[in-house]
Design a binder for this molecule. Structure first.
Ligand SMILES: Nc1ncnc2c1ncn2[C@@H]1O[C@H](COP(=O)(O)OP(=O)(O)OP(=O)(O)O)[C@@H](O)[C@H]1O
Length: 250
C-alpha cells in the first residue's frame, strides 16, 4: 500500500514569526494519525504546507517519495492528497448523490459537471455505504444533520481517490453518537488510505487514536500512543491542562 508522508526539517515563517520550526513527522501508509496541540501550535499550517497552500521557508514534504513543496495546490491534489476544510464545501440544493457524483467528476480530465447521470456507479454506491448515507442518497444535502454533512464531505473526498486524507476537526460540533460513528468511519477509511486528523477532543482520541503527534509552538513536542502522550508531563502542562493531568495521574 502506498501513501507514506515524510516531513523533514520543516520551517514556516510568517513575517518573521516562526509558525513551524525544524519539524520532522513521518506517517506510514494506512496509518490513522491524530495531530493535536494547543491553539497556534501549527497544526493547520502543517496541513497547509502539505497541500501546497503555504510555502515553507525550508524543509521537505515527500509523499511516496515525491517532493510536494514548490508544487501548486491542484498538482498536489492530483498526486493523491485530499483535505477537508472547516468551512463546508457541500452544495445544499443538490442531493447527497449529486454531491458525490460532482466530486467524483473532479478527478476526470475534463469534468463533465453538467452531465446527465447514468445511474449510480459502483464506486459512488460503495462510498455511500461507507459513509452511512445510502438511505439519504436522494435527499438534498441541505437537510442533513451536521454529522451527516461531515460524512458527506469525507465521502466527497474519497470519491476523488486520494491516498492521503487530511481532516481538520471532523467531529467538532457533533453529538456523542455522531462522534462514535465518525471514529468508526475514520478507522474504516484508514484501511485503504493514509489519514491525518487534527482533533482536540481527548475522549475521542482515547477511543479511536493509535498514534498521536503533539505540536506546541510549531515544534514537535511528543509522538506516541494516546497513553504515552497523556502520561508525558510536558504534554500535560502545555496541552491537557492541570485538571486533566490530575485525572491522568489518578
Ligand atoms: N497566514 C498567516 N500569517 C501570519 N501568521 C499566521 C498565518 N497562518 C497562521 N499564522 C500563525 O501561525 C501560528 C500557527 O497557526 P495554526 O493555524 O497553524 O495553528 P493551529 O495549531 O492550527 O491552531 P488552532 O487550533 O487554533 O487552529 C499561529 O500563531 C497563527 O497566528
Amino acid at each position: 500500500m502506498s501513501g507514506r508522508l515524510e516531513v523533514r526539517g520543516l520551517n514556516v515563517v510568517f513575517d518573521g514569526f516562526h509558525a513551524i520550526t525544524d519539524l520532522d513527522v513521518t506517517v506510514q501508509p494506512g496509518e490513522l494519525r491524530f495531530l493535536i496541540g494547543p491553539n497556534g501550535a501549527g497544526k493547520t499550517t502543517l496541513i497547509d504546507v502539505i497541500t501546497g497552500r503555504t510555502r515553507p521557508a525550508s524543509g521537505s514534504v515527500r509523499f511516496d517519495g515525491v517532493e510536494l513543496t514548490g508544487r501548486r495546490e491542484h498538482a498536489i491534489v492530483r498526486l493523491g492528497v485530499g483535505r477537508t476544510f472547516q468551512t463546508s464545501v457541500v452544495f445544499e440544493d443538490l442531493t447527497v448523490l449529486e454531491n458525490l457524483d460532482l466530486a467524483a467528476s473532479f478527478r476526470r480530465r475534463i469534468p463533465a459537471l453538467l452531465r446527465a447521470r447514468r445511474g449510480v456507479s459502483d464506486e459512488v454506491a460503495a462510498v455511500l455505504e461507507t459513509i452511512g448515507l445510502t438511505p439519504e442518497a436522494e435527499r438534498p444535502a441541505g437537510v442533513l444533520s451536521h454529522g451527516q454533512r461531515q460524512w458527506l464531505e469525507i465521502g466527497m473526498l474519497i470519491v476523488q481517490r486520494p491516498r492521503l486524507l487530511l481532516l481538520d476537526e471532523p467531529v467538532a460540533g457533533m453529538s456523542r453518537g455522531e462522534r462514535e460513528r465518525t471514529g468508526e468511519l475514520l478507522q474504516a477509511v484508514a484501511r485503504d488510505h493514509t489519514v491525518v486528523v487534527i482533533e482536540h477532543d481527548m475522549d475521542f482520541l482515547r477511543r479511536f487514536a493509535s498514534q498521536v503527534t503533539v505540536l506546541h509552538e510549531g515544534r514537535l513536542l511528543r509522538e506516541g500512543t494516546v497513553a504515552q502522550v497523556r502520561a508525558d508531563p510536558r504534554v500535560q502542562e502545555v496541552y491537557l491542562g492541570r485538571s486533566t493531568s490530575r485525572e491522568a495521574a489518578a
